[in-house]
Design a protein around this ligand. Structure first.
Ligand code: F6R
Length: 617
């Protein structure tokens, strides 16, 4: 949830750390801080509530002063966003500095113990407890070296963390550790980088080591990278990986916001998701992850999809797809609920985890639980080599490219694309789909990137115009049926998270069981009404809304007349099979939310209280 950057080398550490923090601001942006280490001087520290720009305003004087440092951008867990609670935190003797992403669950007990020993605390954070615990071990045994003290302290805490620590008496040394939150080490020539993901150092090196769960590393120019297990201090040989990430992928490329760039990237990202997998001329779907386990998956008694947020909405559409084509019962669960109840999962089950980041703490914990019960675990992740991708038995990457805007857009449509491929592949293998039907569907799927391109081109200006009329709306309803019911949920989520307008998604027919009471001339209602998919029923729903004077924004297929004639606003999108229509219909919904939020002056890429990767419960 927070972003960590560290550096030791020959460059100006201030510049490297600040630029790195800007790239990681998607992970948290309620406060930021930096610490620099100079030989023969105590730490230079600057931290503040607010964004990286606010940090720069209070720390510019540190530029050019040091070649070693680290920084942090925070998403508050323990303690409100404030200068005091911002990272880095220093130990009581001022010699140790620590930045932390995650939660130390037993911090309270340790804090009591340290307080009894005379330690004092300036902040409400769990992080300040950890940094003082390291000092405690060093105070107890003056011969203890710094990395060992960090290791001892980590063996006393439980929870989830990625940390970077510096000690004033060990200049140029950075100690990092990971349990549950990601951390990458960039290997340059005469320089090392540390970051929550590789984006802060991609322009400096293409070689990286991703720290594994339960590992720590001591990094210095003199001794390189020494990786050990936290528990037993066992030496580990680093696995160096070549980064595929390019600078272009993580920059805005002329768009005002990452979100808009990512919305417009969808024809390409969907195409990339299909590339090499959907071979229409050969009449096959080739997916290594599925191919090697087809029998296991097809024989599943039940498939359980676990996910959170937008990925959970993709899961609901996955349920419709898999049940329709593969005829295997599917349940879709919120990971946060699944992990704390006693679900019936056996070794005959398949569990599919969907996660853009591959780091979501609830999804990860739910997966581990399902794995312990013997289920076969399949992952659908966007971030390559992420924690979830690593613990699954098999899986498919979505290949949407880095998604930096906090509101998920291209990752969602890529998830739907992968789920479509999986459902069609299973359906074909099981003999539920005739050759002809299979060919018809895969031909349509292949055309989806073009349709998304068309919908972007045709609806960009319209959604921008419509958005102007709803800048002051207080509430929104989103309605859809069948495959487009989850698309309505996703449309509502997109609007509420970036514009802060209250929005709810409902199955259109469910409206008369309650939400209809809300409808009057002040209630905007977005209704997804494609030709294929219960169109007649939707027409009745639209009539019911019209009779109550609701403001109707209708998403219809090209050439529609019936719904369009009743709607106040019409957005047309190209026709496709009902099962693929959420991919196409989601695009104008993303644009509508985007422009409403922009006109309201909201920070679209960094909405309040949210962060991109939810690595805490
Ligand atoms: C909404 C959004 C969140 C995420 C959710 C799960 O736009 O981005 O709802 O979908 O936090 O995240 P992942 O997919 O990374 O597990």
């Amino acid at each position: 949830m927070c972003g960590i950057v560290g550096y030791t080398g020959f460059q100006d550490a201030y510049e490297v750390v600040i630029n790195g923090l800007r790239r990681l601001e998607y992970r948290g942006y309620d406060s930021a801080g930096i610490v620099l280490d100079r030989e023969n001087a105590s730490f230079d520290v600057a931290k503040t509530k607010g964004k990286v720009d606010d940090l720069v305003a209070v720390s510019e004087n540190l530029s050019g002063k040091s070649h070693v440092g680290m920084g942090h951008t925070r998403w508050a867990t323990h303690g409100v966003p404030s200068d005091r609670n911002s990272h880095p935190h220093l130990s009581n003797n001022g010699k140790i500095a620590l930045v932390h992403n995650g939660i130390i669950e037993n911090y309270d007990t340790i804090k009591i113990m340290l307080t009894e020993k005379g330690f004092t605390f300036q902040s409400e954070t769990d992080t300040e407890v950890l940094v003082n615990l390291i000092q405690f071990f060093m105070d107890m045994d003056a011969s203890l070296d710094f990395p060992t003290a960090v290791r001892f302290a980590l063996n006393e805490v439980y929870g989830a963390y990625a940390i970077t620590v510096m000690h004033d008496d060990f200049p140029g040394v950075l100690v990092v550790a990971r349990l549950g939150s990601p951390l990458a080490i960039g290997l340059g020539t005469n320089e090392y980088f540390i970051a929550s993901d590789a984006s802060p150092f991609v322009e400096f090196t293409k070689e990286a080591v991703y720290l594994e769960e339960g590992h720590m590393a001591t990094i210095s120019l003199e001794k390189g990278v020494d990786i050990r297990t936290i528990k037993d201090n066992e030496k580990i040989v680093p696995q160096v990986q070549e980064l595929k990430l390019s600078l272009e992928q993580i920059e805005k490329g002329g768009y005002e916001h990452f979100m808009l760039k990512e919305i417009f990237e969808q024809p390409k990202s969907i195409h990339d998701t299909l590339r090499g997998r959907l071979l229409v001329e050969e009449g096959i779907i080739k997916m290594a992850g599925i191919w090697d386990h087809l029998d296991r998956i097809n024989k599943a008694q039940k498939i359980t999809i676990i996910a959170c947020g937008t990925s959970w909405h993709a899961g609901l559409i996955g349920e419709y797809l898999i049940e329709e084509f593969a005829r295997i019962p599917v349940e879709v669960e919120y990971a946060s609920e699944f992990r704390y109840r006693n679900p019936i999962i056996t070794e005959n089950d398949v569990v599919i985890a969907i996660s853009q980041s591959g780091e979501t703490a609830d999804t990860m914990a739910a997966l581990k639980m399902a794995k312990d019960k013997g289920a076969f675990i399949y992952g659908i992740c966007n971030v390559v080599d992420s924690s979830i991708a690593r613990i699954t038995d098999a899986g498919s990457y979505t290949h949407a490219g880095p998604e930096i805007g906090v509101a998920s857009t291209k990752a969602f449509t890529a998830q739907l694309t992968v789920l479509s491929l999986i459902a069609l592949k299973l359906g074909k293998h099981k003999g539920n789909l005739s050759n002809q039907e299979f060919m018809r569907l895969i031909t349509e799927l292949e055309a989806i990137p073009k349709k998304v391109e068309e919908v972007l081109e045709k609806t960009h200006d319209i959604t921008k115009e419509i958005a102007k009329d709803f800048v002051n709306a207080q509430n929104f309803l989103y309605l859809g049926r069948g495959y487009n019911f989850p698309a309505a949920l996703e449309g509502a989520l997109k609007l509420k998270e970036i514009s802060y307008i209250h929005a709810e998604g409902y199955p259109a027919a469910e409206m008369k069981h309650g939400p209809i009471a809300l409808i009057d001339e002040n209630m905007p209602i977005v209704i997804i009404a494609p030709k294929q998919g219960h169109y007649d029923k939707i027409v009745s729903n639209v009539q019911e809304i019209k009779a109550r004077k609701g403001k109707i924004i209708a998403l219809v297929n090209k050439g529609d007349t019936q719904v369009s004639s009743m709607a106040d606003y019409v957005i047309e999108f190209p026709e496709t099979s009902e099962c693929f229509s959420p991919i196409v219909a989601s695009v104008p919904l993303q644009l509508l939310s985007y422009y409403i939020a922009v006109y309201r002056g909201a920070n679209v890429d960094q909405p309040r209280n949210l962060a991109k990767s939810v690595t805490v419960e």
